[in-house]
Ligand binder design. Structure first.
Ligand code: DON
Length: 517
């Protein structure tokens, strides 16, 4: 089964599974297909994380972008670098990430896995949700790049054919010659030329030096389930384990899922996990990440500070972080194959359509991931800007991510595969799906459809999807500031432990398909 935002890509993945490929083969084919068919987030010009697990095996492919050698610690500090500029792009990681995953787990020829993407790039019919996303981005005055406009700039309707001919050529080159061709051959030349023309920082040497990394996932437990989670440079796994460890000190099920009591408890847990995230998390190759963050002991101490009737002021948790006065897009897919091999993959261009810059001649959209670094050294604000050392810009460093691909196992068998886009809300979207399934026994569809909630320490405000009547009033009475907002896109697979049937839930907040056989 493959569940993802883009129906065409879901079917590409199932095609690979039906032809005898495993979940990682399918994931590679889906990732390249979405680089064509979901251009706002699917990518070869961005980066991401792939979590793979089966039985007692679990591993993690980190293909997060890095800062180019010309990047500096204060490059975003005066607010002059535009979020959609050449300078906002990190060194892309997706192609090396897919090659690494293929080397470790692939069973099908590399070229076969790229073939559907090459074909789609020559032309495919857009559906209504994609037409709307492109029309919206073209109406935005911040979409300026001439090459981007040449490819996407017209009024789209369902059924129109989107052709990305330069991208087709680049994908065909990657299919024929592999990752080195992309990182040192013509696309590297084209990217450097694009950067020089647009005042960007990435050079051929940055591309040649880029490495995807295999890392050990974080493993935690929650009420008898084993949680396989994303390690740094994701902040997601750490925050999820910390949150679940805190929740274990309580019994959320005492109250209905969308009762003020449970929503309050979750918000308090989220607030505390995000406070630690701000102080400690960054690229583990540059920043020492303390081991205690995911320990049960640390969670017990944090849980003891939660008042079950009243909101804690975020400011009171700041501790060593001085608070100053002050001020997307990603996509996730989940795959399980007939042998129980699970892939949970989240990858991103950062904001929707990334920097909105297409590399001339190479046809791919560049990320604007550099904006995930802490912008102003030392300045952490009540509005949610973070300025701690752990995630300051440095050449070669990976920017901290909230992407949280997650796999849950029970007695050594896969139980749940999930993840989401949504910037910092990703972590809490995943937490909601976990609580809904693990505590409240919801099916995949119920867990994905249920209203979500987010608290990220600062701003000191809870964001909620529309829930039961009176909920917001009751939370305000407990001392919470509350806003309502849509949250996430969590394409999820749950394996019913009793029937062993796969429940695929495409998150219809955006678009999607659960495809299986
Ligand atoms: O890695 C991160 O945390 C962000 N670049 C993700 C951005 C995102 O999810 C925006 N999409 N909705």
């Amino acid at each position: 089964m493959v569940v993802c935002v883009c129906p065409i890509a879901a079917d590409v993945g199932v095609g690979v599974l039906k032809a005898g490929g495993n979940a990682v083969d399918a994931a590679i084919a889906v990732a390249f297909a979405e680089a064509v068919t979901w251009p706002e987030a699917g990518n070869i010009g961005g980066g991401g994380f792939m979590l793979v697990a089966n039985g007692s095996m679990a591993t993690f492919f980190d293909y997060r972008e890095t800062a180019p050698a010309l990047a500096t610690k204060t490059m975003f500090a005066d607010g002059k670098v535009d979020f959609r500029s050449h300078q906002s792009a990190g060194v892309p990681g997706t192609v090396r990430g897919m090659v690494l995953a293929h080397k470790r787990f692939g069973t099908k020829p590399w070229k076969d896995l790229l073939a559907p993407a090459v074909k789609l790039a020559a032309g495919f019919p857009v559906d209504a949700p994609l037409a709307k996303r492109i029309n919206d981005v073209m109406k935005d005055p911040k979409t300026m790049n001439a090459e981007f406009k040449r490819i996407f700039g017209r009024e789209w309707k369902a059924g129109d054919t989107l052709k990305q001919l330069e991208l087709a050529k680049t994908l065909a080159g990657i299919a024929d010659h592999g990752a080195n061709w992309f990182y040192t051959g013509p696309p590297a030349e084209q990217l450097e030329a694009e950067m020089k023309a647009g005042g960007g920082l990435i050079r051929k040497a940055d591309l040649a030096a880029y490495e995807a990394k295999e890392r050990k996932p974080l493993i935690g437990t929650y009420r008898g389930y084993e949680i396989v989670a994303a390690p740094p440079p994701s902040s997601g796994g750490t925050a999820i384990l910390q949150s679940l460890n805190m929740l274990e000190q309580f019994d959320p099920k005492k109250h209905p899922r969308h009762s003020p009591e449970t929503v309050h408890l979750l918000a308090e847990v989220q607030r505390r996990a995000f406070r630690d995230r701000a102080e400690f998390l960054g690229d583990p190759d540059f920043t020492k990440i303390p081991a205690h963050l995911t320990s049960k002991d640390h969670a017990k101490k944090l849980a003891a500070t939660i008042d079950l009737a009243k909101a804690t002021k975020s400011e009171s948790l700041a501790g060593a972080i001085p608070i100053a006065e002050s001020g997307g897009d990603t996509t996730h897919f989940s795959i399980v194959d007939k042998n129980g091999l699970c892939v949970s993959n989240t990858y991103t261009l950062e904001m929707n359509f990334g920097s909105r810059i297409v590399v001339r001649g190479a046809g791919f959209i560049l990320n604007n991931e550099m904006t995930d670094f802490n912008p102003i050294p030392g300045t952490t604000t009540r509005t949610g800007k973070i300025g701690t050392n752990a995630n300051l810009v440095a050449p070669g460093k990976r920017m901290l991510s909230s992407m949280t691909p997650t796999i849950v196992r029970k007695d050594g068998k896969p139980y749940l595969v999930t993840g989401s886009p949504g910037g910092r809300t990703i972590i809490n979207t995943v937490l909601c799906v976990l609580v809904n399934t693990l505590d409240y026994d919801m099916t995949a569809t119920e867990a994905v459809d249920a209203p979500r909630q987010h608290h990220q320490w600062f701003p000191d405000r809870m964001s909620l999807e529309k829930g039961p009547k009176d909920l917001v009033e009751k939370l305000k009475a407990m001392g919470h500031a509350v806003t309502e907002a849509r949250q996430g896109d969590a394409h999820t697979i749950r394996i019913d432990p009793k029937t062993v049937l796969f429940q695929g839930a495409a998150d219809m907040r955006l678009n999607g398909k659960a495809s299986g056989y």
